[in-house]
Design a protein around this ligand. Structure first.
Ligand code: ATP
Ligand code: MG
Length: 395
């Protein structure tokens, strides 16, 4: 298996000093699948203090959990001491973690067999739970008893579905049974962690697997209003597909598009989504269904309601959602290009007069001034040729 040079160096340094060290978890899984890992994690028998002594640049990322980040060529690699997670008091955090000198103990605490493999050049792949077999068969299977593992940390329930969507894998039967059985425990999981998993699910190559969240009865435990969303199944007009571009706001908007925009925003707020994403989702859910006539004035009016890149996203979104026929859509796209090419005014910023111009012409600052500018914009959206200082000041 190929691993980046920096990872090799870190492992080698630890080994030369009498410790064991391996690449572990997601990076091993992704490399075996021919996918590019997002990051490389290293697991080691060395204690955090010992790791810090061996490398020039380190950051105490989570010392109490055994994690030190080692910096190599400005990239960070998390090096974590083998550990056993203590009792999960509340289905959220292990009450304590205990370091161990046994790699197997560390692999045992990991969620799925495909995430519980380790690799070093010295030993090759260490696969104690049949991870290779499950990779080959496309299976998400818990390490050990699924019901126990989900009871320890209910987030794993969502992770199972998320990995299934990212990798196109099935969830193994016993694991799937436990998904449905332990679902109510999701109520104890933090909203941010839930949101991160749902976002990864939606941005995956199988966003339609969001349907599993409903089929397996997870929806009522994700946020107060989540179960009010119509299940996006294969047949309905609300189906989710990878035709929607991969940005998170686009995928969330696609998922929430049949809701009233304020309800969509409320759900995202409950899930602690960032405000920028919420406001973009609101715009897309508001505008994707609105009929736009294939005529420049109508198009300019819609363009004036949002930033340029959001209007482009809106057009793509309408195509993916099938808002209008292909011919009508092409027409919209063509006219949009023409509007841009001719530099038609579509925002207050593009207006040939500014507030200052109006004040200089004797208008009092305040609400009236704002109204006047909006009035001018409205006129210019209809008649782009009116966008000159001369005309507007007379106006
Ligand atoms: P990705 O980074 O693509 O989301 P990943 O598998 O690397 O996938 P991380 O959340 O980065 O996932 O976690 C790294 C590893 O830590 C996992 O592969 C798994 O072995 C372990 N792990 C992460 N979260 C949990 C959890 N909630 N329960 C048990 N093990 C976990
Ligand atoms: Mg990772």
């Amino acid at each position: 298996m190929e691993i980046p040079q920096a990872v090799e160096r870190i492992i080698q340094t630890l080994e030369e000093n009498g410790f064991e060290a391996f690449a572990v978890g997601g990076c091993v899984r992704d490399t075996l699948l021919g996918r590019t890992p997002e990051d490389w994690d290293i697991t080691t028998s060395a204690q955090p203090e010992e790791v810090k002594k061996l490398f020039r640049r380190t950051i105490d990322t989570g010392i109490q959990h055994g994690t030190v980040t080692v910096l190599e060529n400005r990239t960070g690699y998390e090096v974590t001491t083998y550990r056993i997670d203590g009792i999960y008091e509340d289905g959220r955090h292990p009450k304590s973690v205990e370091f161990t000198s046994d790699l197997l103990e560390d692999l045992k605490r990991r969620d799925f067999t495909i995430n519980a493999m380790a690799y070093s050049h010295k030993t090759g792949i260490i696969d104690a739970f049949g991870g290779m077999e499950d990779l080959k068969n496309g299976m998400i299977r818990c390490v050990g008893c699924a019901r126990d593992r989900f009871t320890e940390d209910a987030l794993r329930i969502l992770r199972a579905i998320r990995f299934s969507a990212q990798l196109g894998f099935s969830v193994e039967e016993k694991t799937l049974e436990a998904v449905a059985e332990i679902a109510p425990n999701l109520i104890h999981v933090s909203k941010e962690r839930i949101q991160v998993e749902l976002t990864k699910l939606l941005c995956s190559s199988h966003p339609e697997r969001m349907a599993m969240v409903f089929e397996q009865g997870l929806a009522p435990f994700l946020s107060s209003h989540f179960s009010g969303i119509e299940k996006p199944d294969r047949e309905s007009t609300n189906r989710l597909s990878d035709q929607f571009s991969g940005e998170k706001y686009v995928r969330w908007a696609a998922f929430l598009r049949c809701l009233i925009p304020t309800d969509a925003a409320r759900i995202l707020k409950e899930l602690k989504m960032d405000n920028d994403t919420i406001s973009r989702v609101k715009i897309l859910t508001e505008w994707w269904k609105v009929a736009i006539e294939a005529e420049k004035y109508s198009i300019r009016k819609v363009m004036s309601q949002m930033p340029a890149e959001l209007f482009d996203a809106l057009l793509d979104f309408r195509r993916a959602a099938g808002t209008e026929s292909w011919e009508q859509w092409e027409q919209l796209k063509f006219l949009t290009e023409e509007i841009r090419q001719s530099g038609d005014c579509i925002s207050l910023k593009m207006l040939a007069v500014t507030g200052a111009d109006l004040i200089a012409a004797g208008v009092k600052p305040g609400r009236e001034l704002g109204e006047m500018l909006n009035h001018m914009l409205e006129d210019v959206l209809q008649y782009p040729e009116h966008n000159t200082k001369e005309y507007l000041l007379r106006f």
